[in-house]
Write a protein that binds this ligand. Structure first.
Ligand code: ACO
Length: 429
């Protein structure tokens, strides 16, 4: 293969370097294009733009492949724990026994949040969505840790990353308790990461909470599956914000807000609401499929389609089979699962979805599991955020370790008015 591409412009021609990734992914390096020719590239929604090189996660949307640091998601889902996967993503290798033990200890040691921060919860209205509370609280962590400011947070990432992973779990549980008006339950160091979270979510001072091992394992699985997904909307947000030397808490808080949108992580809540809507409407799946295909309806089938996957999302495949397992082991019968299955079956043989390669994504079945675990719909996207924290930290770290990193600052093609003179109010029509 030639090592350059030739770009023929009206007035000149230029050679652009070609790059190849370790999985044979191909790229044209246009970083000098504007300096050499005056042209920029235009790529709305960054459909074709690589914003960085990254060694964290590989995904092949055509083949439905997802790997963290080279390890297939299927193997990690079967054998690993969320804490181990977090270590793998952040540090690049699976931990030894000692490394895992000291990492886990760090997470236990930092699980409390400052009492002053706890009072901030009181300022939110009862109807506040837990995602906005989560983001505000994570941003507020920078007010308590001076090592987090600007460049210092890069140097102190081990401790700030551990704090984030440990405290976001406490904040998430507290934000839930706030919305239902129950007292906060403090973290318990003797519990592992996921059981500790479940305890803070569901225990009440009046009685202890029995942690069902199947519930803990199911949540662990979901966290692992959400842990990273290369340069998606929220991760790109974390990188963009971090590129200005904003601290890691501010960067992750911004990522949380990007994740909240219904076209991104917010889709898991939207899926469940859509399934309930279909159920309340009498369960006519075909009617909603027709609606989803009508561009004028303003309705999309939530949980279908993906910018990168043009095949079955490998995470959705794992979650779908876990759904059956978890529901039967917990003795839960959920009519929404039947509606979801019917919806999927119908789309797989519908030419609209087949031609556009619209398959169920990670959000399609996850809500049904969260529901079976007793997690309310407005907490689904918070669960996604908890899972994604190690990925955000790993990508933030990688960005700062890359000597080529610059502040993210895209260009634009201006299409507005040409220069004109200010018109006084009295002369405006
Ligand atoms: N239902 C119906 N039609 C759809 C859907 C859907 N869920 N998704 C895409 N389409 C159609 C579009 O209308 C478009 O059709 P057209 O070519 O006739 O105009 C075509 O498929 C391509 O869709 P785009 O919106 O151009 O694809 P894009 O890559 O920009 O969007 C996205 C991807 C946002 C995920 C989209 O598929 C969607 O809105 N899905 C529903 C929301 C969702 O589930 N989001 C979660 C994604 S996973 C995650 O972020 C964790």
């Amino acid at each position: 293969m030639p090592e350059t591409a030739i770009l023929q412009l009206p007035d000149q021609s230029i050679e652009l370097p070609l790059l190849t990734g370790t999985e044979d992914e191909k790229a044209v390096d246009i970083s000098k294009l504007r300096a050499q020719t005056g042209y920029i590239t235009l790529d709305t929604g960054f459909m074709n733009t690589g914003s960085c090189t990254s060694a964290v996660t590989f995904l092949d949307g055509e083949k439905g492949i997802l790997r963290y640091r080279g390890y297939p998601i299927e193997q990690l889902a079967e054998h690993s724990s969320f804490v181990e996967v977090s270590y793998l993503l952040i540090y690049g290798e699976l931990p030894t026994q000692e490394q895992l033990a000291s990492f886990s200890k760090l997470l236990s040691q930092h699980s409390l949040i400052h009492e002053g921060l706890k009072q901030v919860f009181g300022g939110f209205s009862k109807s506040a969505h837990p995602m906005v509370i989560l983001s505000a609280m994570v941003a507020s962590l920078s007010a308590y840790y001076s090592e987090a400011s600007g460049k210092a947070s890069v140097e102190n990432l081990d401790i700030n990353g551990a704090r984030l992973l440990a405290k976001i779990r406490t904040i998430a549980a507290f934000s839930y308790k706030k919305t239902i008006g129950q007292p906060f339950i403090y973290p318990t160091d003797s519990l592992a990461y996921v059981p500790n979270f479940l305890n803070m979510m569901f225990a009440v001072p009046a009685e202890p909470y029995e942690i069902h091992p199947d519930v803990a394992r199911a949540l662990e699985l979901l966290l692992i599956l959400h842990a990273d997904h290369e340069q998606n909307c929220s991760t790109s947000t974390v990188r963009v914000v971090g590129s200005s030397m904003a601290n890691v808490y501010a960067s992750v808080a911004s990522g949380i807000l990007a994740l909240w949108g219904p076209l991104h992580g917010g889709a898991n809540q939207a899926v469940l609401e859509m399934l309930a809507q279909i159920q309340n409407d009498g369960g006519d799946v075909d009617k909603f499929i027709k609606l989803g295909k009508d561009p004028d309806s303003g309705f999309r089938l939530m949980g279908f389609g993906h910018r990168v996957y043009k095949n079955y999302d490998p995470r959705a495949k794992i979650i779908k089979s876990a759904c059956d397992r978890v529901l039967s082991s917990l003795g839960v019968q959920d009519p929404l699962l039947d509606i979801a299955r019917k919806l999927e079956e119908a789309t797989l043989s519908d030419s609209y979805f087949v031609e556009r390669k619209l398959y169920p994504n990670v959000d399609f079945y996850s809500g049904i599991i969260y529901r079976a675990l007793g997690i309310p719909a407005n907490m689904f996207t918070v669960m996604f955020a908890l899972g994604r924290v190690p990925g955000w930290i790993a990508q933030w770290k990688e960005m700062h370790e890359d000597p080529r990193t610059k502040i993210a600052r895209p260009r634009q093609l201006y299409t507005g008015s040409l220069i004109r003179d200010y018109v006084p109010m009295s002369q405006r029509g």
